[in-house]
Design a binder for this molecule. Structure first.
Ligand SMILES: Nc1nc2c(c(=O)[nH]1)N[C@H]1C(S)=C(S)[C@@H](COP(=O)(O)O)O[C@H]1N2
Ligand SMILES: [Mo]
Length: 359
């Protein structure tokens, strides 16, 4: 479906939500498009790129309406390597602590990395002329979600300060190929370092505002509630999610797999989020009594995850191998999913755990 591998875990077909097996993300910084997770809140719009128009307005002096071709002609075309990570990545680890009704139990592969090509949002904002008092930039897609109350297009905003950063793109290509329909063709926003929800697909409207977006997917969901709070959906409840927190998980070998006792190589990803980078990954095969440092792969950009690998001594019997990442602000992942459990199941960035059997 949608050009994806046949072994995707499909959380729902309509809207299409799917993530690849762990191993599909291993080995390469750039994720092949057929293994890149998909997160949708409504049907994939049937877009004919030729009549697509992006309207940029709100608190600006000169509103503009631009076709993708006009964008490419008028502004400098550039590329950025960036990881997208869904706020619901690794939710399954929270569901195991306590049930989270109505939210899909995403595993650890609702994250992936691509090189995105397009134009800088900053350049477009300079062309329309942001007026004084503006503080946020809202993006709205064309897909109408019945999951929203009331049903509405998917949207969200980021602070103007972030929108003006050179890494934020209006992109039409992914890994050198035109965006596929399911990833937002003909045009999507890419906001590196922020939760995936802000990288709005099928974007046809950008609105400069004096406050954050009132869209359902910003005001009422993608918010962090305290563990004892009821989920009411009241706009403004809890804390708005934005910057991604440091996170990591295993990609190889398979969870629950058997290996001869002795040295076993484990590998995974770590992503710092925000404008931070991954500086260290620790691995333990004795429940955290001792740790060794994983070998870190390339840091392709400030906005990209880092792959890592380590060799651990696997004893006979059942072992839980642990991994935990540190970022450039010296932040460390929290130890247990119990410590981060929240009613909507976002931001499970607790230590990665892999069960292995030593034979
Ligand atoms: N228009 C629109 N944009 C969207 C979404 C959506 O449902 N509609 N989902 C968001 C979420 S929650 C995530 S995590 C990313 C996923 O991007 P991908 O499907 O290209 O991997 O898209 C974001 N942009
Ligand atoms: Mo997401």
């Amino acid at each position: 479906m949608y050009g994806k591998r046949t072994d995707m875990t499909v959380h729902s077909e309509l809207p299409y939500n799917a993530e690849p097996p762990r191993g599909a993300l291993a080995g390469t910084t750039l994720t092949p498009v057929d293994a890149f997770y998909c997160r949708n809140h409504g049907p994939v719009p049937e877009a004919d790129g030729s009549d697509w128009r992006l309207r940029v307005g709100g608190l600006v002096t000169t509103p503009l309406t631009l076709s993708p071709a006009e964008l490419a002609a008028r502004f400098e075309v550039c590329s950025e390597t960036a990881t997208l990570q869904c706020a619901g990545n690794r939710r399954a680890g929270l569901v195991a602590v306590r049930d989270i009704p109505g939210e899909a139990p995403w595993g650890p592969t609702a994250t992936a990395t691509a090189v995105w090509t397009g134009v800088r949002l900053a350049d477009v904002l300079a062309a329309v002329g942001v007026v004084e008092g503006a503080s946020d930039v809202e993006f709205v897609g064309t897909d109408v979600s019945d999951a929203a109350d009331p049903p509405q297009e998917f949207g969200g905003s980021v602070p103007l300060r972030k929108a003006r950063m050179p890494e934020v793109l209006l992109a039409w290509a992914m890994n050198g190929e035109p965006l596929t329909p399911v990833h937002g063709a003909p045009l999507r926003v890419v906001v590196p370092g922020y939760i995936g929800a802000r990288s709005v697909k099928w974007v046809d409207r950008i609105e400069v505002r004096d406050r954050p977006s009132a869209n359902f997917f910003q005001a009422s969901t993608y918010r962090l509630l305290p563990p004892d709070a009821p989920v009411t959906g009241t706009p403004g409840e809890g804390v708005e999610l934005g910057l991604v927190a440091v996170n990591a998980d295993f990609l190889l070998p398979d969870d629950g797999s058997s290996h001869p006792a002795g040295p076993v190589t484990v590998a995974g990803y770590a992503f710092a989020g925000g404008d931070r980078t991954v500086v260290r990954v620790d691995v333990s095969a004795d429940g955290g009594a001792t740790w060794s440092q994983a070998d870190l792969g390339e840091q392709a950009s400030t906005w990209a995850w880092r792959h890592w690998s380590a060799t651990v001594e696997l004893p006979r019997g059942e072992t839980e191998v642990l991994a935990r990442a540190w970022d450039s602000s010296a932040a460390l992942q929290p130890e247990r999913p119990e410590h981060v459990w929240n009613p909507k199941g976002y931001v499970n960035n607790s230590w990665a755990r892999l069960r292995l059997h030593g034979a």
